[in-house]
Design a protein around this ligand. Structure first.
Ligand code: ADP
Length: 316
């Protein structure tokens, strides 16, 4: 069983218009609605891979009810969504003028430390009854505690299990706080190449530059570091061994959430105890398959297996 944590899900609205002009009334057709949340997307990819998945997090207000109902209707996972009084956020994307994306993203309900630890406690109680093989924490949290994710990892390690792999696909100051701490280390992180640059304060133009930066002391003692590079595949570090993962060129429909599907695939492959090489191939193939679907986090297992044969994993 895989448990994913999404602290700040959203109801996403995508609007399409030929030309968008600020400062005047722009009229749109009804938006395409979908559920947003990195842990939800990762959970979807893991579930479609064949894993039993629990998705956990917070939902509130009328929008939270809609999101909860739609997630239930998907029939892909067990829900452990705790209620909060503030409304679940909306994220609006306007696609206009060719391929320009303009986004309006609400900050969403603020999660207090107490609520976050309450969720962890629910996960702990669940794991007293059932075994889980992986926990993933994905995406942002609206918290005034910039060390919250570091604190949650400590809780998992001390109160839930010192053994269970914890995959953390997070960014910004929460990731920095986690990496700067010597106390507990996540099993896996997956910054994309831009997030890697933000983290170390440099622009990273290529895989060749990225691979050097992966030996930065911030990444010491993390079992697995994946730097995903979109259509260029990924780089990976396990201990002192560095890998270059090369993927074939494919036609894509919507690459949004490919990173989340990659994390979901990684979690599934860990649970299945794949070799490192096959784990990397499986995770990458999930990202690729996601990019071939309009929906986010959706993969086709048959395509994933075909892609795996076309992916090359080379040690540096
Ligand atoms: P994120 O969504 O976190 O920014 P990436 O864009 O790096 O992550 O995508 C994660 C993985 O998904 C890539 O390593 C690759 O396997 C796959 N992927 C993403 N974009 C493409 C693409 N345009 N073509 C093929 N595969 C892609």
């Amino acid at each position: 069983m895989i448990i994913t944590v999404t602290m700040n899900p959203s109801l996403d609205h995508a609007y399409f218009i030929d030309h968008f002009s600020p400062g005047i009334v722009n009229r749109f057709q009804t938006p395409r609605k979908s559920i947003g949340g990195k842990g939800i997307n990762a959970g979807r990819a893991a579930s479609l891979s064949g894993a039993k998945v629990i998705i956990s997090g917070f939902l509130g207000g009328d929008l939270g009810q809609i999101v909860g109902r739609d997630l239930k209707d998907e029939n892909l996972f067990e829900l452990m969504m705790l209620p909060v009084s503030e409304e679940t956020r909306r994220a609006i994307t306007v696609m206009h003028d060719g391929n320009v994306h303009t986004e309006i993203v609400e900050s969403g309900p603020e999660v207090s430390d107490e609520q976050a630890f309450h969720l962890m406690n629910e996960i702990k109680e669940k794991l007293n009854k059932e075994n889980a093989s992986v926990i993933t924490i994905n995406g942002s949290v609206n918290s005034n505690n910039k060390h919250l994710y570091k604190d949650l990892l400590k809780y998992i390690r001390t109160e839930i299990s010192n053994e269970i792999p914890v995959l953390m696909d997070i960014s910004g100051e929460q990731l920095l706080s986690l990496l700067e701490s010597d106390e507990y280390k996540p099993t896996f992180i997956k910054p994309n190449i831009h997030e890697l640059g933000e983290l170390i304060g440099k622009s990273i133009p290529s895989k060749e530059v990225a691979i050097h930066e992966m030996s930065h002391s911030l990444f010491n003692d993390i079992d697995y570091i994946m730097v995903s590079c979109g259509a260029e595949g990924a780089l990976f570090k396990a201990g002192d061994i560095y890998y270059n993962v090369e993927i074939p060129t494919i036609d894509i429909i919507n690459p949004t959430g490919s990173g989340d599907a990659t994390v979901g695939g990684f979690a599934y492959a860990l649970e299945e105890k794949y070799s490192i090489e096959d784990t990397l191939k499986y995770a990458m193939a999930c990202g690729m398959s996601n990019a071939q679907h309009a929906e986010v986090g959706v993969i086709n297992k048959h395509d994933v297996e075909l892609f795996m044969n076309q992916i090359q994993v080379k040690q540096y």
